[in-house]
Design a binder for this molecule. Structure first.
Ligand SMILES: NC(=O)c1ccc[n+]([C@@H]2O[C@H](COP(=O)([O-])OP(=O)(O)OC[C@H]3O[C@@H](n4cnc5c(N)ncnc54)[C@H](OP(=O)(O)O)[C@@H]3O)[C@@H](O)[C@H]2O)c1
Length: 286
């Protein structure tokens, strides 16, 4: 039995579905079981509970051999992940898999990346087999640009003209999590998984133009104005500051390396930006 957190989210849903498709028994720790009805219908057992509720987590860990720790970025992420991993180790879980990110390195200045690194370090200290799955900028982030792409043929970020990103589809991240939990040989390995694409945001706009058959433009935004705009929606100051710091890093092209790890380990090619757009054509087409 594999326990998975974040199964109603982008990465976790794909991981749960892929594991079920492979015939692996999966249990999902979910805060809101109503949101997980489709997963349950697909054969995922639901364990109601918040990751911060130790009693609920202990119940969910009964009979579990492997856990996928997948939680969103936030001020409480480190404490939640450390507690989950510790409880898993105490419950005798043999293999702890964590979704982290490629930017998470020792001494990372950004709190999101530092959180991931410190969580990784905690997991490595527990004496259990571990695997770190480290994707880069999710293609799914562009779904939040669909409205302006549709209406105006434009999308807006504060990444300047030189900003660039190494892209990963969150479905590939979930697929990879399922792979390392269902095949041997991944104990104590750290995998930086990306697609083959390192693209500037102007180049990304060109791929949208090509796939949608009409001109799509990336329009760089003033960072301070963009932060003020985002602040209308993001309620946590910690999160707002962290995300805007990441934006500043992206505008300086801080992740500059793709890897071939996804294909080498899984035997299939990662999803490209063009493929992602084609598969979401109804979302982006005006
Ligand atoms: N976005 C990117 O570009 C990117 C790139 C690389 C790595 N990553 C990493 O990927 C990880 C997962 O991101 P994602 O995009 O898959 O997340 P997501 O779609 O936002 O999903 C988050 C999931 O976590 C669940 N959750 C949140 N708080 C919880 C709690 N206290 N207890 C139990 N469950 C809780 C949510 O459940 P509810 O449905 O109840 O809300 C949801 O299922 C993050 O750690 C992020 O750093 C992201």
């Amino acid at each position: 039995m594999i326990l998975i957190t974040g199964a109603t989210g982008r990465t976790g849903k794909e991981a749960a579905q892929q594991l079920v498709a492979k015939g692996v028994k999966v249990r999902a720790l979910v805060r809101n079981p109503a949101k997980a009805a489709a997963l349950q219908a697909a054969g995922v057992e639901l364990a109601p509970g918040d990751a911060g509720d130790a009693a609920a987590v202990r119940r969910a860990l009964e009979g579990v051999s492997g856990i996928a720790i997948i939680l969103p970025n936030g001020e409480s992420q480190l404490a939640l992940e450390k507690q989950l991993a510790t409880l898993a180790a105490e419950a005798g879980v043999a293999h702890i898999v964590k979704v982290s990110s490629v930017e998470s390195v020792p001494g990372a200045p950004n709190p999101v990346h530092r959180t991931h690194w410190e969580s990784e370090e905690h997991i490595r200290s527990l004496g259990k087999a571990w695997t770190m799955v480290r994707p880069s900028f999710y293609l799914q982030n562009f779904l939040s640009n669909a409205a302006t792409i549709k209406a105006e043929g434009k999308f807006y970020y504060p990444f300047g003209d030189k900003g660039a990103a190494v892209l990963t589809d969150s479905r590939d991240a979930g697929f990879f999590v399922a792979h390392v939990l269902s095949t041997p040989g991944h104990a104590n390995k750290s995998y930086d998984i990306t697609s083959h694409e390192l693209l500037s945001f102007h180049q990304i706009a060109a791929v949208f133009t090509q796939e949608l058959g009409r001109r799509i433009e990336y329009v760089p935004q003033d960072p301070a104005a963009y932060k003020a705009f985002l602040g209308r929606f993001v309620t946590s100051q910690w999160h707002l500051d962290a995300v805007c710091d990441i934006f500043a890093e992206i505008s300086h092209g801080y992740v500059s390396r793709t890897t071939n790890t996804f294909a080498e380990v899984t035997g299939r090619e990662p999803i490209s930006l063009a493929q992602f757009i084609r598969e979401h054509i109804q979302v982006f087409r005006a």
